[in-house]
Design a protein around this ligand. Structure first.
Ligand code: F6P
Length: 330
């Protein structure tokens, strides 16, 4: 006998917010396709929280994410929108979803985006789940964030190319990398790329000592070139480094900021797999009726915690790896 009761339609939306990160498209793809498979109508909010408030919301079909798993950036686009910290804006954004019968939202972004998601969870009727997406890998609760591995590999590629030119010219190169207040990108790519020095916000720096050590490398250790990785959080030391090292060594010191190059490009395998795993888990949480949860990864295992817990604490810095870098490369 046919049921005379109309089944309730399940709906969820997804958005990306803050700095784009390679692998976000892999996560969006997983959310869309896992969501459709579990019976959801899926929607994409374009341009992050700004688009949410401005009602820029589109239907996503299975085919909407075809041919995107390997692409960088975010197909939903993104924005920096600090105004979203105002409760009135969060409520307006939630209303734009609720009026379409969408009561579930998955947010992909970094800590600022997580704060917006927490506000939505605390102040509106939406169920909200977050996925960590930022090249900085600066969130304490998760071992990795989407986009970090790709960014590090872009730095490695730059080191490889810069080495060709600095060894040809017997020069010193300061390569500045992103990461805000986190030295994770700098440290790990310095170790993997064999850079002689790495300067990170988590550790004290003595520019005079570095200049003397670079000189010693040339004079006593047979070095003919030197690479210094300078994290964004220590970038204010750039001019002092150039001045003191060129004076100590009497060599040309070049500086290059890799800047936004680190954010783009095809995601690595690690970032694609991470996006798929975290995206699928986020949809499963939504399907269980959960809200205010953040998904993360440790080793191979996906887990979830409250968004409040995900925002708590400062990411640990691997001092042992820093000591290794200091010891084996210079
Ligand atoms: O958070 C990612 C990041 O790329 C940081 O490493 C960098 O400090 C910042 O974003 C740059 O932000 P914007 O894109 O707003 O210039």
């Amino acid at each position: 006998m046919a049921k005379n009761v109309q089944e309730e339609v399940k709906r969820l939306a997804v958005l990306t917010s803050g700095g784009d990160a390679s692998g976000m498209n892999a996560a969006i793809r997983a959310v869309v396709r896992w969501g459709i498979t579990l019976g959801y109508e899926v929607y994409g909010v374009r341009r992050g929280y700004k688009g949410l408030v401005e009602d820029d919301i589109v239907r996503m079909e299975y085919k909407s994410v075809s041919n995107t798993v390997h692409t960088g950036g975010t197909l939903l686009r993104t924005s920096r929108y600090p105004e979203f910290s105002e409760v009135e804006n969060a409520k307006k954004g939630a209303e734009n979803l609720l009026k379409r019968g969408i009561n579930n939202l998955i947010v992909i972004g970094g800590d600022g985006s997580f704060r917006g998601a927490k506000l939505l969870h605390d102040e509106t009727q939406l169920n909200v789940v977050t996925i960590p997406g930022t090249i900085d890998n600066d969130m304490a609760y998760t071992e990795y964030t989407i986009g970090y591995d790709t960014a590090c590999n872009t730095v490695l590629d730059a080191i490889l190319k810069l080495r060709d030119t600095i060894t040809s010219h017997d020069r010193i190169m300061i390569l500045e990398v992103m990461g805000r207040e986190s030295g994770n990108i700098a440290l790990n790519s310095a170790v993997a790329g064999g850079a002689e020095y790495v300067l990170v916000p988590e550790m004290p720096v003595d520019v005079d000592k570095i200049a003397a050590s670079v000189k010693k490398g040339f004079d006593e250790k047979g070095k003919t070139s030197t690479i210094i990785i300078l994290a964004e959080g220590k970038a204010h030391l750039k001019d002092e480094l150039i001045e003191k090292i060129s004076k100590a060594t009497n060599r040309t010191v070049n500086h290059m900021s890799l800047s936004y190059m680190q954010r783009g490009g095809n995601p690595t395998m690690a970032d694609r797999v991470l996006g798929a795993k975290l995206g699928a888990h986020a949809v499963e949480l939504i399907d269980e009726g959960q809200s205010g949860r953040a998904v993360g990864i440790k080793g191979q295992n996906v887990f979830d915690v409250t968004i409040a817990a995900a925002l708590d604490g400062k990411k640990g810095f691997d001092e042992k790896l820093y000591r290794i870098a200091e010891t084996i490369s210079k």
